[in-house]
Every structure is written in C-alpha cells, then in structure tokens.
Write a protein that binds this ligand. Sequence first.
Ligand code: HEC
Length: 102
Amino acid sequence: MVAMDGQLQQTLQAVMEDPSHSWEGQTLVSHALLGLEPTDASMVNEHFQSHAPLYQLAIDQFNDQPSASHFNAVVTACENCHLGTCPGPLERIAKRRAESSH
Ligand code: HEC
C-alpha cells in the first residue's frame, strides 16, 4: 500500500515537472492487490474483494490511455475501497488527485 501511494505521488510529480504536463508514457503497476498479505486480516472483507478488481480496471484504463482523468479514476478506486475497509488514509489519498485536465 505504501508502494502504491508512492507510485501515485511519483507519477503526479513527474507530470507536473514536465513543462507540457504530458501524461504520455506514464504507467502504473497494479501491485496484485488480491495477493497482498494485509497487516490486519479483518480488513480483507467482502468490500475489499469486490473493489480490488475495479481498482485493477482503473489501472488498466490508465495504462491504455494515460491522462489526468484516468489518473483520478485510479485515485477514486483507491478511495472507494478504503471507504469500506480502512478509512484512515483517505485524507492522504485525496492529495494524490491531479488538478490539471490534460
Ligand atoms: C481493494 C481495496 C483497496 C484498494 C483498491 C486500495 N487500498 Fe489501500 N488499503 C486497503 C486496506 C484493507 C488497507 C489496510 C492495510 C493493511 O491492513 O494491510 C489499506 C492501507 C493503505 C494505506 C496505509 C498504509 C499501510 O500500508 O498500512 C495507504 C497509505 C493506502 N492503503 C493507500 C492506498 C492507495 C494510494 C491506493 C490506490 C493506489 C489504495 N490504497 C488502494 C485497501 C485498499
């Protein structure tokens, strides 16, 4: 999870530092969420199981067509799963949202 968060931050930073804020060539790794060993097994509930594939879909869509809106769809997928499993990091995840709409 920390790696997933770090990757969002790095991707966002790379795009913002690029003079044309281009999303071209950016890709995200999905980190095979369903195979992760959670530190707290009680958080891997039905909500988790149903949202992991939606997160994967958002990642695939971004990798197909990297853009600010697809990036934000990934952030939304993070948030949607977190709402029902582990709301703690929601505030931190919200900071990953891309502002420009290139
Ligand atoms: C399918 C559900 C799901 C998705 C999608 C998801 N998370 Fe999580 N996340 C969790 C759960 C459950 C935990 C509780 C961690 C544990 O017990 O290992 C967690 C923990 C975290 C933490 C706390 C740090 C840690 O590892 O303890 C951060 C930060 C985090 N997630 C960020 C993200 C970000 C950023 C994304 C999107 C890139 C994301 N998460 C997507 C379910 C999800």
